[in-house]
Design a protein around this ligand. Structure first.
Ligand code: ADP
Ligand code: MG
Length: 247
């Protein structure tokens, strides 16, 4: 037969609640009133729920990696300044549904900087999501027939900030270009988008296939937007590591 104290301690450990020093809680003239005890436990329950929600938000964000500004070498990539990125990492632009476009050739750090900003968004409590354009197309095309695509789209609609990565890698069919337009349109003024693209805006018609739809997409995207043009060499190519350590 367990004592009440043992039962309480077992419950605490089952619920993964930090151990409580009951002697300190109940002994002496500073002991807590029953109401204060209840408050203490509710506070702990609240802390655990927030922790759980944060873990869930991180999982749903679906980030391919967690990157940070402090691991970005601004000496190597000189077309964007650390000050500019630090200013953006206050995330106030998300409140105004502003967008950010990182444009530039492969390997210059577009995805790294996009990820640093969404990680910051996560830490500040925003719901964020990461999709490659390819993935986003699959979700949009299969939302009617696939439960997981439907759920993901519902999540994207409610997110505060979405990264659409690798825009321009693949040509879109006219149907896909229309879906992309509808998506950008639906997000405008409501959800912030971070777009990364290896193509300058003047080349977007090439992969979107149509000048009118390109203008319509860019019109919505650029209306409230920070455009960051990145140049330079690929960090990947210059810092590549071989299995044997030679490079
Ligand atoms: P892009 O999206 O422009 O093709 P990435 O952001 O994916 O390039 O960068 C490629 C790899 O190089 C990633 O692992 C990224 O963390 C790293 N990287 C790129 N630029 C820098 C930089 N200036 N400092 C540190 N790491 C970088
Ligand atoms: Mg990239």
């Amino acid at each position: 037969m367990l004592t009440p104290l043992e039962r309480v301690n077992n419950l605490l450990s089952d619920l993964r609640i930090a151990p409580v020093d009951f002697d300190a809680v109940f002994a002496g003239k500073n002991s807590l009133s029953p109401l204060e005890c209840i408050e203490l436990f509710l506070l702990e329950e609240q802390r655990l729920r927030i922790l759980k929600q944060n873990l869930l938000r991180r999982k749903r964000a679906n980030l391919p990696a967690e990157k940070a500004l402090n691991s970005f070498d601004f000496g190597f990539q000189r077309s964007v300044s650390k000050e500019q990125m630090l200013r953006l990492s206050d995330m106030t632009w998300v409140e105004q549904a502003y967008n950010i476009c990182f444009l530039g050739p492969p390997g210059v750090g577009k995805t790294h900087l996009a990820l640093s900003l969404v990680v910051q968004g996560l830490d500040l409590g925003y719901s964020v999501a990461f999709e490659s354009l390819n993935n986003l197309m699959t979700i949009l095309k299969t939302a009617e027939i696939s439960g997981s695509s439907k759920r993901r789209l519902e999540y994207l609609r409610k997110a505060a900030l979405i990264v659409v990565d690798e825009v321009g890698f693949m040509p879109l069919t006219p149907g896909e270009a229309n879906l992309f337009f509808s998506f950008v349109s639906a997000m405008a003024e409501k959800t912030s988008l971070i777009i990364t693209s290896n193509k300058g805006f003047d080349e977007w018609a090439d992969f979107l296939g149509d000048a009118t739809i390109t203008t319509a997409i860019l019109d919505r995207l650029i209306h409230h937007c920070e455009i960051i043009n990145m140049t330079g060499n690929s960090y990947r190519l210059e810092h590549h590591q071989s299995i044997t350590g030679d490079s």
